[in-house]
Design a protein around this ligand. Structure first.
Ligand code: CP
Length: 291
């Protein structure tokens, strides 16, 4: 039996495994097909202790299309609402024979504590920690738009703009870009700057100059403490994009990080990202769930 494996951080994957995952997911995307898993259907629990639409439904749908036996655990209808922590939830489900988990939680500490357990875990987003499956599906989208050429991906400069300091997506992207040699720029007001400022500028024009793809991030209004800061600062508009592809992990605050007129922007890849998510997550389930 293959040892259960965990994807909690992008650094859990090396360069060749990242490429293998993207190339496998790309084949599924091209064929619009998710193969059924061979042999006995495995149980997998999808623990969503924090709100989600895209990540939850795409993992759920990918698991069902792969003929996995899914159990959705949401905070409102489970003992998480009574204060049970993530480790206890997982141990209790493991006692019922469930060995594999997809987990979204607001607690990075609780997620990382699962490293001590002998179970498979795919991180579906932890607090302001990481969101590896989102960064990987973004990469799949970029790879697909680059005609499935790694050289094409590495030739592009991606500019990520917005609420960097509260973004788990950007943390996964920084690790992914480092692993693959992808050119990244990060732009935000100083109040939202990342801890590591190597790739960062507060100058939007400087960040956008020469960028091939622009990715906006959600302004996490629920986490803002500086009330003097206009949440629409650094809003992306059609005139700033100049026809370049637009990405956004969602959900979007229209009129905040994106101008409302971009709802009908011709070169938006936003729903392509969502479509890529289904095939990428099917690949992760196949890769990380013990057979
Ligand atoms: N991008 C993303 O994680 O969206 P959800 O919160 O809807 O899953």
């Amino acid at each position: 039996m293959k040892k259960p494996t965990q994807l909690l951080r992008i650094e859990d994957l090396d360069n060749s495994r990242i490429k293998k995952i993207i190339e496998t997911a790309y084949k599924k995307l091209r064929a619009e097909k998710i193969s059924l898993r061979k042999g006995k259907s495995k149980p997998v629990a999808l623990i969503f202790a924090e709100a989600s639409t895209r990540t939850r439904v795409s993992f759920q749908r990918a698991a069902r299309m792969s003929a996995l036996d899914t159990y959705l655990i949401e905070s409102s209808s489970s003992s998480i609402a009574k204060g049970e922590d993530l480790k206890d939830t997982v141990l209790n489900l493991q006692a019922m024979g469930i060995e594999n988990f997809v987990v979204r939680t607001s607690s990075t500490e609780e997620l990382l504590a699962l490293r001590d357990l002998n179970v498979g875990v795919i991180n579906a987003g932890d607090g302001v920690g990481e969101h590896p499956s989102q960064a990987l599906l973004d990469l799949l989208c970029l790879y697909s738009k680059s005609k499935a050429s790694w050289g094409g991906v590495q030739n592009k400069t991606i500019c990520i703009v917005g609420n960097l300091s509260h973004s788990r997506v950007v943390n996964s992207w920084i690790a992914l870009a480092k692993a693959l040699g992808i050119k990244l720029r990060l732009v935000s007001p100083p109040a939202w700057a990342p801890q590591d400022k190597t790739l960062w500028t507060s100058d939007l024009s400087e960040g956008l100059a020469g960028a091939d793809v622009v990715m906006a991030l959600r302004v996490q209004k629920e986490r803002l403490v500086d009330v003097s800061l206009d949440p629409a600062a650094y809003q992306i508009t059609e005139s700033l994009l100049k026809g370049r592809p637009l990405m956004h992990p969602g959900p979007i605050n229209w009129g905040v990080e994106l101008a409302p007129s971009l709802r009908s922007y011709e070169n938006s890849w936003i729903l392509d990202q969502v479509r890529c998510g289904l095939y990428l997550r099917a690949t992760l389930l196949n890769e990380f769930i013990a057979t």
